[in-house]
Design a binder for this molecule. Structure first.
Ligand code: UD1
Ligand code: CA
Length: 478
């Protein structure tokens, strides 16, 4: 009851995500906030967090490559989920938030200000801000660093309360000794923010509009600003690709830990790469060197073999994927046995209990329950029923140089080894295809079809050839 009441009275939240900066030190043609941390663009980590904590309104301030960043976000979350404010010229963090003021009009509650380049921030770390007493006008997260160079220093009064933040370039030698720095994550009352933003002036060493001046404004009003120290690991901003890799490593460890504590065996966390949005069922076993990417899901009790790479694919429960398989946009039904060395390309869809063996490639191919292709096959643009046996070396000739065509194998078809299906072609239920056939015409249900040339046997041919050869050699010598 208590917590429900508390929920009802806790004020609404909005978020402003600053993401306009160029990210010069990335030395990239791609906007910094679109670079991936553990397989997910860093801006998405921040936007996900804003959604997770229940922000009713979230505004991304975009500038550098604004259109591309916006298109990315709308592509991922749908249009309208986030609002956008454009900051054409980057005149400082205060200026960035000023650009978002229009989108915040009419919002009553508190505004969380985040940076698009701080992807490791978590709900847990935000807790002190979200639970800050309502009497505070501004709350921020700080961090205590051995080397605070470059950061804004948190300047506290004799009473220990925060007075202001001074940027490194504006700080005196004494102020530079302070090791508590501003992380750039703030919570502020929306009405005050809108009231105070117009008061910001670029009268400082960098000639920028400093968002940090808001702390001073709040402190001047009954010392109503506070800073909560939090873990630098969560609050580190990403400016270059060394920091990008370091953040990915931290994110990766967290992801792996979550899965392990959730009941997944990860044999070697050091060599296992799992993207953030991957889901894995209980008692799955992930062998060393596996990569699970994008929107992949792995079912309960599945085993993912060493070195396998699985991208945007659904792997059902109890599936056994042996070493060195590669899946992309594929669906694997329960209890299938795949690999080693199998490739499932986009549109590969296996029902339950299928077997796909070594050096078998499927593309846009569906297979019914219990069907098998165990060795060396290419099945592209294929509709394969259940209980079908595809022999070694079978190939669907699906491409005529211009168009793709479909091969249909109905339930229970038996395909002898080294068969080519020249699509479009269909084989009826239960039919047999003799080994080594090139099938160009439809085969009716229950029939046997083969295109094999009759076998010729010449008895004693080897001995006769040897005699002929010997004669030739003798003729040459004379
Ligand atoms: C800011 C803080 C500093 C703090 C530091 C933490 C100010 C004045 N200083 O420093 O106290 O220690 O963050 O990292 O706020 N951005 C825009 N538009 C701009 C400028 C910045 O969108 O005009 C975005 C950047 O893309 C980035 C974030 O704001 O995501 C922070 O900008 P950055 O230049 O890294 O911060 P500083 O101003 O150096
Ligand atoms: Ca700056």
């Amino acid at each position: 009851m208590m917590s429900e009441t508390a929920k009802q009275i806790s004020p609404a939240l909005a978020a402003v995500v600053m993401a306009a900066g160029k990210g010069t030190r990335m030395k990239s043609n791609t906007a910094k906030v679109l670079h991936a941390v553990a397989g997910k663009p860093m801006l998405e980590w921040v936007l996900d967090l804003a959604l997770e904590i229940g922000c009713e309104r979230a505004v991304a301030v975009v500038g550098h490559q604004a259109e591309r960043v916006r298109a990315h976000v709308e592509g991922k979350y749908g249009a309208g989920r986030f609002l956008f404010a454009e900051q054409r010229e980057q005149k400082g963090t205060g200026h960035a938030v000023m650009m978002a003021a229009g989108a915040l009009q009419g919002f009553e509650g508190r505004v969380l200000i985040l940076s698009g380049d701080v992807p490791l921030l978590s709900q847990e770390t935000l807790k002190p801000l979200l639970e800050a007493p309502a009497s505070l006008r501004v709350a921020l997260l700080s961090m205590v660093l051995d080397d605070p160079t470059g950061y804004g220093r948190v300047i506290r009064g004799e009473d220990g309360r925060v007075r202001r933040i001074v940027e490194h370039k504006d700080a005196t030698e004494t102020e530079r000794q302070v090791r508590e720095v501003n992380s750039g994550v703030y919570l502020i009352d929306a009405a005050l923010l809108l009231q105070w933003l117009p008061r910001l002036q670029p009268n400082n060493a960098q000639g920028e509009y400093y968002l940090t001046d808001l702390i001073r404004f709040a402190a001047e009003e009954n010392a109503a600003a506070e800073a909560y120290p939090a873990s630098p690991e969560d609050l580190g901003g990403i400016n270059d690709r060394v920091q990008l890799a370091a953040a990915s490593a931290v994110a990766r460890q967290r992801i792996l830990r979550r899965h392990m504590l959730g009941g997944v065996t990860i044999e070697d966390p050091v060599t296992t790469y799992i993207d953030r949005d991957v889901t894995i069922g209980n008692d799955a076993i992930i062998e060393p060197g596996a990569h699970l990417r994008g929107a992949t899901s792995i079912g309960e009790g599945a085993v993912i073999g060493a070195g396998s790479v699985i991208i945007n694919s659904q792997v059902g429960p109890q599936v056994r994927v042996q070493a060195w398989c590669h899946f992309e946009d594929a669906v694997v039904g329960p209890a299938c046995k795949i690999g080693p060395y199998a490739r499932l390309r986009p549109g590969a869809e296996l029902s339950a209990d299928c077997h796909i063996g070594n050096f078998v490639e499927l593309k846009k191919a569906r297979m019914g329950k219990g069907s098998k292709a165990n060795h060396l096959a290419y099945l592209g643009d294929a509709e394969i029923g259940s209980g079908v046996n595809v022999g070694a070396g079978t190939i669907t000739c699906n491409y005529d140089g211009k168009n793709k065509h479909v091969t249909r194998l109905a339930d229970g078809v038996f395909v002898g080894s080294d068969t080519q299906f020249v699509a479009p072609v269909s084989v009826g239920a239960g039919a047999y295809i003799g080994a080594g056939s090139t099938i160009t015409e439809d085969v009716p249900a229950g029939a046997l079809a083969f295109t094999r040339a009759p076998q010729t046997v010449k008895e004693g041919w080897v001995r006769k050839k040897a005699e002929r050869d010997a004669l030739k050699t003798a003729e040459k010598k004379t």
